[in-house]
Design a protein around this ligand. Structure first.
Ligand code: NAD
Ligand code: TYD
Length: 361
């Protein structure tokens, strides 16, 4: 079957991996990447596939109903994979309104445009929302010492929503709107809630790329609190594979959790990163530990995230493919081998490029 898929947020971190996978794996599909190119959007993430005959880029804001309508009409869109969002918790603490606008109103705008476009004919249609495990709130850290898992509880699909940050509150709200469009209008929707991703092309405000870059430049590594918070890390290409699977095989109306079964305390992760970067830079392993700087904790900092992904494994046969140490090694190598990509971001050069190409941001 041929498809015309609108992928939103395809110039961002996860979106670029999803666009690449779809463009390369499905030459018969037309992949339309709609992205407004905020600070987090970077077309350099897609440089290797931008000339592909089945790929199109549309610069538009998901809150712009007319632009979304026009794009859906022009490309006869039959499926949406929605990743565009404001995604950084620390920014959401400083600027919650932008998060409500993009994540809540933007999602609602897409839902409404898709509903109008498909007009009750749901045959072959899909509206797939990419969400986060952060909507479930925080888990207790009942076994802080020793090996993971660091507690008995895991987030499962039935876990009650209990978001704490403006980011997770906005994602929770958008999840509810997606379900409302399924329950009210019968739209064939899908939602996945995934744990923390890492890998190439992640914007260097997030822990792993920020710290790799800071180690390289011998800058301080700001660890929030005592570094005791736990996250469940998944390699981004494993997430993209899961998205491909759920998009094609998931049951409409359902939610699936995606996670790495890979809990790490921040401080242990930072030390692993340091060892890996030091080794690959030819420095004594552990040399950069002196850069660790404990700083004030994030407000409302969720203690522990950990995902139960057994529904996705049982129903669709998905499991993560990469061991964490291998994924980290691959990731560190990528950032060290692609210093130009990083330097263009940290110098702000990539924004000037857009200004020249598109006339302002
Ligand atoms: P990102 O910040 O790297 O990319 C977001 C993309 O959305 C950028 O290209 C940006 O330009 C675009 N965008 C932002 N606002 C827009 C708007 N108003 N209109 C059009 N485009 C807009 O984010 P990411 O880390 O790749 O996350 C992608 C999605 O996955 C998000 O929905 C996020 O909530 C979800 N998610 C992320 C993680 C993670 O660990 N990064 C984990 C689970 C779920
Ligand atoms: P982050 O990458 O921002 O993802 P999220 O907040 O969505 O989990 O942060 C991962 C963890 O690392 C989180 O517990 C906050 C912590 N952290 C730091 O300790 N220092 C930092 O500079 C950043 C960005 C994050």
């Amino acid at each position: 079957m041929k498809r015309n898929i609108l992928i939103t947020g395809g110039a961002g971190f996860i979106g670029s991996h999803v666009v690449r996978l779809m463009v390369e794996k499905y030459p018969d599909y037309r992949i339309v990447n709609l992205d407004s190119l905020t600070y987090a959007g970077n077309l350099a993430n897609l440089a290797d596939i931008e000339q592909a005959p089945n790929y199109r880029f549309v610069r538009a804001d998901i809150c712009d109903l007319d632009a979304v309508r026009r794009t859906m009409r022009e490309y006869a869109v039959d499926s949406v994979i929605h990743l565009a969002a404001e995604s950084h918790v620390d920014r959401s603490i400083r600027d919650p309104f932008t998060f409500a606008r993009t994540n809540v109103m933007g999602t609602l705008t897409l839902l409404q445009a898709a509903r109008e476009r498909w007009n009750g004919d749901w045959e072959g249609k899909r509206f797939y929302h990419i969400s986060t495990d952060e909507v479930y709130g925080a888990l207790a850290l009942t076994r802080p010492e020793g090996e993971a898992p660091y507690g008995d509880e895991l987030f499962c699909e039935a876990t009650r929503y209990d978001p704490h940050s403006p980011y997770s509150a906005s994602k929770a709200s958008s999840d509810h709107f997606v379900r409302a469009y399924h329950d009210t209008y019968g739209m064939p929707t899908l939602i996945t809630n995934c744990s923390n991703n890492y890998g190439p092309y992640q914007f260097p405000e997030k822990l792993i790329p920020l710290f790799i870059n800071n180690i390289r430049h011998r800058k301080p590594l700001p660890v929030y609190g005592r570094g005791e918070n736990v996250r469940d890390w998944l390699y981004v290409e494993d997430h993209a594979r899961a998205i491909d699977l759920v998009f094609h095989e998931g049951r409409p109306g359902e939610t699936y959790n995606i996670g790495g079964c890979n809990e790490w305390k921040n401080i242990d992760l930072v030390k692993l990163l340091i060892r890996t970067v030091d080794r690959l830079l030819g420095q004594p392993e552990g040399d950069s530990e002196e850069l660790i700087t404990f700083v004030a904790d994030r407000a409302g900092h969720d203690l522990r995230y950990a995902i139960d992904a057994s529904k996705l494994r049982r129903e669709l046969g998905w499991t993560p493919s990469l061991q964490f140490e291998e994924g980290i090694e691959r990731t560190v190598r990528w950032y060290l081998d692609n210093q130009d990509w990083m330097d263009r971001i940290t110098s702000g050069d990539y924004m000037r490029y857009y200004e020249e190409m598109y006339g302002g941001r």
